[in-house]
Each structure stands twice: as C-alpha cells, then as structure tokens.
Design a protein around this ligand. Structure first.
Ligand code: 2M8
Length: 422
C-alpha cells in the first residue's frame, strides 16, 4: 500500500462523524491541537471534513472564548483519565453544552483554518467556512490575551497538558513545589495502550491530577490562584503565527483588524524567553520569574516566525550536538546530551511528527530548502515504516507510544503533497 493509501485508511478509521480521534484506544475523544494538525492533512482529501474537524471543536467553545483541550465522547468515559466525570464541565460557569476539559492546548487553530481554506477556497466560500471560523478564532485569541497574559505580553499555561508537551523537562522545577493528589491508586488506562516506559510516571500523574482538580475547583476562573503558571515558547510562537493567519483571514473577509500588530507584540515579548547561553528560547516560571534552563524542541519553535531575530543561533542549535539535524531521527524533543534526556519517555527525548512538521516550516521560512525537503521526506518514510507511530526513538527510529496515530498520518500526508518525490 502506498503512503497515501495507508494514511487515508488510518484517518478514515479514526474519523468519528464530525472529528478525528488521535488514536482509537489511547485517546478516544477529540483533542484541540491534534484536530488542527489533523485538519491540515484532511484538507488534501476532503476540504469539507477538514472544515468539520475544526467546526466540531468550535462548537465546544466556552463563553469566555476558550477552546478546550478535550471534547469528550461520553460513551468512552471509562477509557481515558481524567474524563468527563472528573471535569463535570456542565457545573462550571460558561461551559458549552457538550462535556469538555477546562484546560486548553496550544493555539495552532487559526493557522490550520487558513491552510484549510486555501486548499479549496471555492468550497470554503460556498460553506461560509471563514465567516463562521473567524469570530470563534478571535474569541479564542481574546481569551488568551485577556485571561492568560500578564504584563510580560506572553500567554501562560496553567498545566503541563496545556503545552501539549506534557512531561517536558521545562516543567520539572515548576512542578517540584506542586503536591501530589492523594489517591491510593492513580487511574492509568493509558498503560493498556502504551508501555509504561514511554509514558509519564505515576508521580507526574499525581501532580497533573492535583493541578487539574485545583483549577476545576477554582471554577477554571484564571484568578491567579493557579499553582503552576509558565510561559512556554512554542505556545507563544504558535499564538503569534496564528495571529498572523487571522490577519490573512480578516483580509479574505474584508475585515479591518490589527492582527499583524498583535502578532508582532507577541513576537517581541518572546524575547524575554531567549537564553543566550543555550542558544534557544526557554520556558519561564511566571510565578517566580525563573528561566527553565533546558534545550527542548519547544524552544526552537519560534523559528516558524519569519522575523525572529534569533534565527541564525536557533538554526545552529538545531544542527548542533543537542538535536543533530540530519543525523538524529527527525528532531528529538529534548537535548540528547542533557542529563534529563530519555530515548523513550514521551516529551523528554523521543522524536515527534508534529514538531518535525513545524521544523520543516521553520527551515523553509529561513531559506534552508534542502534541509526542509530532506526532513519532510524523512517524516514520510518514518511515518509509514513505524505504522504511524505516536513518536520514535530518536536514534533507532523504533516506534514508541501508540500506533495508528492521527496527526502522524495527517502531517505525513500534508508533506507528501507539498514535497513530492523528486
Ligand atoms: C498527549 O497528551 C494527553 C493529555 O492531553 C495525554 O498524555 O494523555 C500529548 O502528546 C498532547 O500533545 C496530545 O495532544 C494528546 C493527544 O494526542 O496526547
């Protein structure tokens, strides 16, 4: 079977009528930033499905504008933890009519909406896709600005899950002061679908559950009582990239808006996260002001912005001994030389397909065409060879996490269309 046929088969299998689950066993609900990546793949097959994928998420938007981390399928509530019964979102102010988590995920949605529109502008106009998407996306960005941004101009995450890179070394220090949820047994349905050595530990899960419960019990109010508040480079870079996309969407709709200026303000604020000694951006604990001194792939993501002033240093770091572009399998999620590096455990070293896709964008944007093409072709090869694994051992390419993972297929399909074999 060709890559294209295999990827299509997987996406069709994981489609649930209005959205695509990240993986049928491990992740049986709709996830926020997954849906945006997945729509970028669907747009090559069915503009309509790609639009529905995003619209399904918009239909779960909260009245304050937040797009939830997870929209739950109530029929699968025993299969993932924490689920709808934990969040009890109907009891929280401003929640939508469907059960969701109260947290959010990185804002890659406006960027995805623009790419989906461009794939088939006629179908998009016929369905009034941008007219409906634009107000939802503006409300989402307004939530980030009004509820999540402090004087630094950067948006903070209130839980490691919100970064999408759940157990990144960035969170080690901010999590060290967080108590563990007092549970006799941590519910871990995830371990039925992935090896324990590939997933976060029970100790991390106890802290995740403590933070999530505290945020829920404070009415998800963003009132400053959060015990975890961190500025993450990838979250803010994606926000700036999406703000630029909103500017283009506004242009399509003939709206006048100041999205480009907003994007520039976020990009300027990102400079607070620059670490000259490490040659990359780092996370910053917004409660203590301390920079988290680790090289992770998140710190390279600002390269997706064309005007980023640190491009030469970031490219050097990407190519240097910490990430070894061209020698490692794709791009490791964390510095392969660091004491925290782990070849299997989730976001502490393994290579992921979404971040490789972002680095293809970054390399293209900064004129490294040859490396962009070569990384894109590697994404396609490894996606297929690994059975569309969730992530890979960064030296051997052995599959890690779950298989038949939707964004792996969607993003490989996208690159297959954009970088056809020479
Ligand atoms: C992973 O996160 C979830 C919690 O959101 C989990 O570990 O259970 C992350 O890789 C995240 O980035 C992703 O969106 C999610 C679903 O694929 O899985």
């Amino acid at each position: 079977m060709t890559l294209e046929a295999a990827a299509i088969r997987l996406l069709v299998r994981n489609w649930r009528g209005r959205y695509t689950v990240p993986a049928g066993g491990l992740y049986p609900h709709q996830w926020s930033w997954d849906s945006a990546f997945i729509a970028i793949g669907w747009r090559h097959l069915s503009a309509r499905r790609a639009q529905q994928e995003l619209e399904s998420l918009f239909s779960a938007q909260w009245s304050d504008g937040r797009l939830p981390q997870i929209v739950f399928d109530p029929s699968r509530d025993d299969d993932y933890s924490p689920g709808a019964a934990f969040w009890r979102s109907a009891e929280l102010p401003g929640s939508p009519p469907v059960p969701t988590a109260g947290l959010v995920q990185p804002p890659n949605h406006a960027w995805a909406a623009l790419l989906v529109h461009r794939a088939d502008p006629r179908e998009s106009r016929r369905r009034g896709f941008l007219e409906r998407a634009y107000p939802a996306l503006v409300a989402w960005h307004t939530y980030l600005r009004d509820r999540r941004t402090d004087a630094s101009g950067l948006a903070h995450v209130v839980h490691p899950w919100e970064s999408g890179m759940d157990n990144s070394p960035f969170w080690d220090e901010p999590l060290s002061a967080v108590p563990e949820a007092g549970l006799d047994r941590v519910p871990r349905p995830d371990l039925e679908h992935a090896a324990a050595t590939d997933r976060p530990s029970d100790t991390e899960y106890r802290k995740y559950l403590h933070l999530a419960a505290a945020y829920r019990d404070a009415g998800v109010a963003d009132d400053g009582s959060e015990q975890f508040r961190v500025h993450d480079p990838a979250v803010n870079a994606l926000w700036a990239r999406s703000e630029l996309a909103l500017g283009e969407i506004a242009g399509e709709l003939g709206e006048r808006a100041d999205h480009d200026e907003r994007a520039q303000r976020i990009a300027d604020a990102l400079e607070r996260l620059w670490h000259p000694g490490l040659g990359c951006y780092v996370a910053r604990d917004a409660r203590t002001g301390r920079l988290q001194e680790h090289r992770t792939v998140s710190g390279l993501v600002p390269l997706i912005l064309s005007g980023v002033p640190r491009a030469p240093e970031l490219l050097e770091t990407l190519r240097g001994p910490s990430f070894r572009l061209g020698t490692s399998v794709l791009v490791p999620s964390a510095d392969v030389q660091a004491p925290t590096f782990d070849t299997s455990r989730y976001w502490r070293g393994p290579s992921w397909f979404n971040t490789a896709w972002l680095m293809v964008e970054a390399l293209e944007r900064h004129g490294a065409e040859h490396e962009a093409r070569s990384l894109a072709r590697d994404v396609i090869t490894h996606a297929e060879a690994s059975g569309f694994a969730e992530y890979l051992h960064p030296f051997t390419a052995a599959a890690r996490g779950t298989r038949a993972f939707s964004w792996t297929a969607a993003l490989a399909l996208d690159l297959h269309h954009r970088f056809p074999k020479a």
